[in-house]
Design a binder for this molecule. Structure first.
Ligand code: PGA
Length: 248
């Protein structure tokens, strides 16, 4: 079964309308012949400008979070329909920074993912263990919980993207080895097979994220279960294009 690779950037709380549009202008010719799907997930306020900047290119624009309710008294939040209205295709949910700093739980991740799906957006659902959990042999247990609760009640898992991001590798320069990433993503795929169906597990796109860069992307992308990357720091520069063109 062939899965189309998917490389997405996560700008986090970086860039401005000016620097963002400039980067997209530089990236457009560099990524135009990519064999993979390409997206940049950007701060909510930059979405309209970045959608405009990426117009006519193969770069899709994504958001970094979404609320679960269609509308209502949720000061500071943004609904899936609002994102959709501005041309957003993807939305990250459950990023470890949201879990660590903003009280995100597996339950709220699940609600946000369901809201995204309902609006026709593709949620990029992040899972991953902390350093202490890996060192004490709890990785698979943590991932099982994150997947069981986080994906609970989802009708069609193949409409979701999963990003495996070991927390200890994010922004640290300490990437998981190709083998570690492959082994853990193979476990995630097996778990999805159990929770949904083996055929769905074969179809679902699973990215690796955590200090993925122009130097290590080839090795990671060569792993049979790794279908792409969620790129933080390296998506703030033209290095992102090198990652997108990992097979050239
Ligand atoms: P990083 O971030 O590539 O800077 O480690 C990845 C992420 O947080 O999605």
């Amino acid at each position: 079964m062939s899965r189309k690779p998917f490389i997405a950037g996560n700008w986090k709380m970086n860039m401005t309308a000016k620097t963002g549009a400039e980067l997209i202008e530089k990236l457009k010719p560099l990524v135009k012949d990519a064999d993979c799907d390409v997206a940049l997930c950007v701060p909510a306020i930059l979405i309209p400008e970045m959608v405009k900047a990426a117009e006519g290119s193969n770069i899709a624009i994504g958001a970094e979070n979404v609320h679960w309710a269609p509308s209502g008294a949720y000061t500071g939040e943004i609904s899936a329909e609002m994102l959709k209205e501005y041309g957003v295709k993807y939305v990250i949910v459950g990023h470890s920074e949201r879990r660590q700093y903003f009280g995100e739980t597996d339950e709220s991740v699940n609600m946000r993912a369901q809201a995204a799906l309902k609006a026709g957006l593709t949620p990029i659902i992040c899972v991953g263990e902390m350093l202490e959990e890996r060192e004490t042999g709890k990785t698979n247990k943590v991932l099982t919980r994150q997947l069981t609760v986080g994906l609970g009640g989802i009708d069609d898992i193949t409409k979701c993207v999963i990003a495996y991001e070991p927390v200890w590798a994010i922004g640290t320069g300490k990437t998981a080895t190709d083998e570690q990433a492959e082994e853990t993503i193979a476990f995630i795929r097996k778990k999805i097979g159990e929770l949904f169906c083996p055929m769905c597990a074969e179809k679902v796109i699973i990215q690796y994220g955590g200090s993925m860069n122009a130097g290590n992307c080839k090795g990671l992308m060569a792993q049979p279960n790794i279908d792409g990357g969620l790129i933080g720091g390296a998506s703030l520069k033209t290095d992102f294009a090198t990652i997108v063109n990992y097979n050239k």
